[in-house]
Design a protein around this ligand. Structure first.
Ligand SMILES: [Zn+2]
Ligand SMILES: [Zn+2]
Length: 242
């Protein structure tokens, strides 16, 4: 088995019928857990400090930590990390002191950019989210293949967003034999078409409902259909670097 099965969280998520998809819901949960981990006492742990210093966080997650209202741990991480960044920038800053021709200034800007780009590569939180997501995708396909009641729940579910759907497809050959893969592809191609149609029909009724001729009619649960349509495309709880 390539990944550890996460049967309970996947079942719980699909039964909650979260919009736009269970992987969005599960990823957002992982993100919350990891953000609170890096805001807690664990950052005092030397091993974690080393990791934070070398890999760090993507700009979105670093900002999320800074704005979380828990300054102590973040101050420790930021102090060590910014010292390291200052060291990495030292040469560029010294060269900049000497080069003031237009070409020299642009070169300095490029050099500083390159240091900062390299510094922003990788993210401890995105990396954990990706590892968890792979386990959830693997489990979803495994359950779909082995558990009839899960298969029925998938058919009745609100589906998967178009951000996570290609990730699910990419995972399928890791889980299924060639013969089972064909069954999976057939089933999910029609499921995805059905999920898209439902979302389109809902947002269509929302637009119709705004017309004078339909004033006062039942919303049929479509007051928020625009959000469902947007998130069906882009997903929620995305990895920040993808
Ligand atoms: Zn999703
Ligand atoms: Zn990140």
């Amino acid at each position: 088995m390539k990944y550890k099965l996460e049967t309970i969280p996947v079942w719980d998520a699909i039964e909650q019928q979260e919009e736009p998809c269970l992987f969005c819901f599960l990823s957002a949960e992982t993100e919350k857990r990891k953000v609170s981990f890096y805001l807690g006492n664990s950052v005092m742990n030397p091993e974690t400090r080393v990791k934070v210093n070398s890999m760090g966080f993507c700009p979105d997650h670093y900002a999320m930590l800074a704005e979380a209202g828990k300054p102590h741990g973040v101050s420790l991480m930021a102090h060590t990390r910014l010292q390291e960044t200052a060291k990495l920038l030292q040469n560029s800053l010294e060269e900049q002191n000497k080069a003031h021709s237009p070409r020299g200034v642009k070169k300095s800007a490029d050099r500083i950019n390159a240091v900062m780009d390299a510094r922003e590569q990788g993210c401890l939180i995105c990396e954990s989210m990706e590892r968890s997501l792979n386990r959830y995708l693997y489990t979803y396909i495994h359950l779909w293949h082995t558990d009839e009641s899960f298969r029925e729940t998938v058919s009745a579910s609100r589906g998967i967003c178009l951000y996570h759907y290609p990730k699910l497809l990419r995972m399928a050959p890791e889980v299924l034999s060639r013969r089972d893969l064909q069954e999976f592809c057939t089933a999910f191609s029609s499921l995805m078409q059905q999920w898209l149609k439902t979302t389109i029909d809902d947002v269509d009724w929302q637009t119709q409902r705004y017309k004078a001729e339909h004033a006062g009619k039942d919303w049929r649960g479509c007051e928020d259909a625009h959000k469902r349509a947007v998130y069906r495309e882009i997903g929620k709880g995305r990895l920040k670097d993808s």
